[in-house]
Design a protein around this ligand. Structure first.
Ligand SMILES: C[S@@+](CC[C@H](N)C(=O)[O-])C[C@H]1O[C@@H](n2cnc3c(N)ncnc32)[C@H](O)[C@@H]1O
Length: 255
């Protein structure tokens, strides 16, 4: 049986790797490195740097996987994603069967943690359901959510209150009326600048753990324009930006 390690690598800075992840890096003989094209080359470079720094065996092999582009999300977002996953699964299957010998151990370095807005697990489960004989193990990583809280020096929740983690797409459809603390990811549309800012505090970060990391916080009505401007500057400077934010009702209480 082939084995795969899904290693959470944290959100960019190699220093976010856990000791368990470093140990796992040295258990795998083949690494599968997703290639999302020039725009995301720095994400591939971050993975390569981790491998260079922490893998001791000179015999470890690296296999690049071209990740197909997702079609623009139309009305049927789930169908578009399902089709995209099917195409990625076909690539994974071809490479896993040709590049990983029976009994060998391979690995994926998953951005942040595999449990949060990442499709690697779902694609692997799809392949197993289709009959691919492969076992896997998950090594948890630090998520962008944790890095956001650490860099802003905030607790995510207030005492006894819940935290919602959602996407820009869902936020555009409306904040839940009782949301106390809401973390928003995958927001390419600057939805924070389009919602009613009354009574909301924002803690925003772009490119956490990377050289051009930026943090901005304050009342949403005061800082939304600054965040939009900064976000565009970061994106123009290198072609892409990853950002995440916490929205909190009722001002800057850190309780
Ligand atoms: C596809 S999700 C992957 C999340 C990842 N699995 C995790 O555990 O953090 C990508 C989103 O995560 C957030 N993100 C990931 N890395 C980030 C970083 N270094 N700085 C800011 N946001 C980041 C952004 O909201 C981005 O749109």
């Amino acid at each position: 049986m082939r084995k795969l390690l899904l290693i959470g690598m944290g959100p960019g800075d190699p220093n976010y790797l856990t000791l368990q992840a470093v140990e796992a890096l040295n258990r795998a003989s083949v690494f599968f490195l997703p290639d999302k094209g020039a725009e995301k080359a720095e994400l591939k470079t971050a993975r390569e740097e981790i491998c260079r720094r922490f893998i001791k065996s000179p015999d470890t092999r690296f296999v690049s996987i071209d990740i197909p582009q997702r079609a623009p999300a139309g009305d049927d977002y789930r169908a578009v994603v399902d089709d995209w996953h099917a195409r990625i699964a076909a690539r994974y299957e071809a490479l896993l069967t040709s590049e990983l010998a029976d009994g060998a151990c391979g690995a994926f370095l998953v951005w942040g943690d595999p449990s949060l807005y990442d499709s690697t697990l779902r694609i692997l489960d799809r392949l197993r359901a289709q009959g691919l004989a492969i076992d896997y193990e998950i090594i948890p990583g630090i998520t962008a959510v944790q890095a956001l809280a650490a860099r802003h020096r905030i607790a995510l929740n207030r005492i006894g209150e819940p935290i919602t983690i959602t996407t820009g797409r869902k936020l555009a459809a409306g904040l839940p009326i009782d949301a106390d603390s809401t973390v928003v990811m995958l927001d390419g549309d600057e939805t924070f600048a389009k919602i009613d800012p009354a009574d909301l505090e924002i803690y925003w970060a772009a490119n956490l753990g990377l050289a051009d990391e930026v943090l901005i916080s304050g009342p949403l009505k005061d800082v939304a324009a600054d965040i939009s401007r900064t976000r565009r500057q970061v994106r123009e400077a290198k072609g892409w930006v990853m950002d995440i934010y916490l929205l909190r009702r009722g001002g800057k209480a850190k309780a």
